[in-house]
Design a protein around this ligand. Sequence first.
Ligand code: NDP
Ligand code: ZN
Length: 350
Amino acid sequence: MSQAKSYAAKSATTPLVPFSFERRALRENDVNIDILYCGVCHSDIHVAESDWGPSEYPVVPGHEIIGRVTEIGNKVSKYKVGDLVGVGCMVDSCQTCSSCKQDLEQYCDNGMLGTYGARDVIDGSLNYGGYSDHIVVREEFVLSIPEALDASKAAPLLCAGITTYSPLRHYGVKAGDKVGVLGMGGLGHMGVKFAKALGAEVTIFTRSESKISEAKKQGADHVIVSTDDAQMQAAAMNFDFLLDTIPVQHDLNPYLNCLKVDGMHILVGLIEPMEPAVHAANLVLKRRILTGSLIGGIAETQEVLDFCAEHNIECDAEMINIQDINQAYQRMKKGDVKYRFIIDMKSLKE
Ligand code: NDP
Ligand code: ZN
């Protein structure tokens, strides 16, 4: 066992505070990682604040983790001490079901284990995420960070990156397709970069007029201000794909109306319940498809890291100290982040 420092939410309504706990002793296939950086995902806020039903507290969020290997179990073969590695949204799955065998651990038939707020299958303990100084993870769920990536900006690829890359690849977005990205936050800004890299013509749907010039700098070809009905109506029947990253309840109908025949609305934003209702006519009359997508498998997460290294794709991030995490949450709730906060974990050690 090793003593860990962290920041935790102790309830849904109180700010994150310093919290110490024990990490498990290394199992034979475990890697111990000294955490350098951790991205701040909107899912962290959802879990800290029990948006998805009651969370088990304390919650130590954080699933965009970059760090160095400091110790390995005696059966670890993929990593050695000193390697630069990453951990994303999952830390375990059964490895034997049909989903796991197809490298789709995120859809494990027996349930994958999230990086925090879940109970370890072997010892039943509540697990804690990356807003901490170190983490112990079985090697199958550890990623290798390519040399060509800037380690201080790579953390968001482990969730925001893979979550947007995976559906664009899976559903076959290709050169010339018209792709709309809904919400210009952590996931949205990566969605724009990947859709552009795949050759699509990309439009950002944002509530924030102030993000228009930024959006163009990100590579977006067009921007639609989603609160402007005239702009939304002018976009009717225009898109092949919409990638929806909005983290709160919203009316899908005006967006569905923007899709061509056979167009696809892909939900990645996780909101419950889904209200207001989708009008059947918005799907039926144009054979449109409404679907969703959860992160990506481990092999595909390695693929996105390598893809970004090869195509010089970087996240746009604002570095913060852990002591500023509560303020960062407030800013994210207002959509005031360009476009991901990354915690410099040195600040936890000071
Ligand atoms: P961010 O907060 O970084 O970005 C969300 C963006 O959505 C904002 O920047 C804003 O863009 C827009 N938005 C925010 N509030 C509203 C609102 N009230 N109405 C309309 N638009 C709004 O969040 P993330 O990108 O980190 O996460 C987005 C969602 O994706 C979350 O629900 C998260 O839990 C989920 N998620 C899902 C995963 C999966 O596997 N499917 C994995 C990771 C996250 P703008 O200002 O441009 O309008
Ligand atoms: Zn996330």
